[in-house]
Design a protein around this ligand. Structure first.
Ligand SMILES: Nc1ncnc2c1ncn2[C@@H]1O[C@H](COP(=O)(O)OP(=O)(O)OP(=O)(O)O)[C@@H](O)[C@H]1O
Length: 343
């Protein structure tokens, strides 16, 4: 498709003049259901996605990821703000946006009683592919996703991983410039997840596809996204490459799980009093703090807890993770945000 070929032929020195594949400007979305309080799903989100990259929108359940995707894919309109996608304004030219994008939503978009090949042929025809073209494209994608042997089986006999691959293949039939993947690996087993990760990386690296994926898996965001935006309660709290975001946190995390018979407040005080510890927080029976050299800090932390009469069930030290980035910006761990919802 034209946008992709232009992008791949572009000389490297012109990279900074290439328009972003996605530009979201101050997106606000308030849902006003009759008889219910308004829900402020997005409170003014702006970001831009360079062509040919994987952009990750990471946030806990209810953060506003799907709403952002719905606006960018023209499935809903923003209350205010606007966006351009694949070179077109989502409000002024939604039909042009739709022609330039592929969308893989959270549910399956396949017809379960039809075969994999039939599903692909139908999707291709809906997008205007005809004759040999549609058959060639379907065969190409069946091969790419390792589904050739299953092509003539009905989809309801596919495993979860195979169905997800077919969902992505459907989104690619018309060779879009930008692919939206909403939670692409939710519900997949570890092997199917790893295969999907490999395929997403390949599509971006080898085919120059721009991919926006939403996820609530920290590891997925860390592995796949060349650029990441962390969203929380409808706001964008930080952006950067996963490495940049993690390197903003100096030092390692020491995480101590306090024995049930000990006071968590005594543990926190003992850790806070130690030289070189900072950003200490409590989550249930766990105290965590940031220290400069994790391995050498552990004996000092243990000694301080012991002299405060605090029992320790376990202690670990970890390099900065995206969970630490999230904690730094929101004051709570990602897991607790997932448990409690975003608002
Ligand atoms: N149609 C709707 N009507 C009312 N509220 C909605 C609607 N769609 C979403 N919301 C609310 O808007 C907020 C953001 O939801 P959204 O689905 O965008 O979050 P998310 O980050 O994608 O979460 P998830 O991973 O659970 O899909 C949530 O509070 C949600 O309950």
């Amino acid at each position: 498709m034209a946008v992709r070929h232009d992008q791949r032929r572009a000389p490297e020195h012109a990279a900074d003049t290439i328009a972003p594949a996605i530009q979201a400007r101050e997106l606000v979305k308030t849902y006003n259901a009759r008889g219910a309080d308004p829900v402020h799903a997005l409170g003014g989100i702006s970001f831009s996605v360079e062509q040919g990259t994987v952009f990750g929108l990471l946030g806990p359940n209810g953060a506003g990821k799907s709403t952002t995707v719905k606006i960018l894919t023209t499935l809903t309109t923003p209350t205010s703000g606007t966006a351009t996608v694949a070179g077109h304004d989502v409000l002024r030219h939604p039909d042009r946006v739709r022609r330039g994008i592929g969308v893989v939503t959270q549910g399956h978009s396949t017809a379960p009683e039809a075969t994999g090949r039939e599903n692909l042929l139908l999707a291709g025809r809906i997008h205007g592919l005809r004759g040999q073209d549609v058959h060639r494209r379907a065969d190409e994608l069946l091969g790419t996703f390792g589904l050739t042997d299953a092509a003539n089986r009905i989809v309801k006999t596919y495993s979860g991983g195979m169905q997800r691959k077919l969902d992505v293949a459907l989104g690619l039939m018309h060779r879009p410039a930008v692919l939206f993947l909403d939670e692409p690996t939710t519900g997949l087993d570890p092997q199917a997840r790893a295969e999907m990760w490999a395929e997403i990386s390949r599509l971006s690296a080898e085919e120059g596809l721009t991919i926006l994926l939403t996820t609530h898996y920290l590891e997925e965001a860390d592995r796949l996204a060349s650029q990441l935006a962390i969203v929380d309660s409808g706001r964008l709290i930080t952006t950067g490459t996963p490495e940049q975001l993690k390197s903003e946190l100096r030092g390692d995390a020491v995480v101590a799980e306090i024995a049930p018979e000990s006071e968590i407040s005594s543990a926190l005080q003992a850790i806070e009093r130690l030289d070189g510890t900072r950003e200490s927080t409590v989550d249930g029976r766990t105290v965590r703090a940031r220290v400069d050299h994790g391995a050498s800090a552990v004996p000092r932390v243990l000694a301080a807890l012991e002299s405060a009469g605090v029992g320790v069930a376990s202690i670990t030290v970890a390099r900065p993770s995206l969970d630490d980035v999230y904690l730094r910006h929101t004051g709570r761990t990602f897991a607790s945000a997932e448990d409690g919802g975003a608002r």
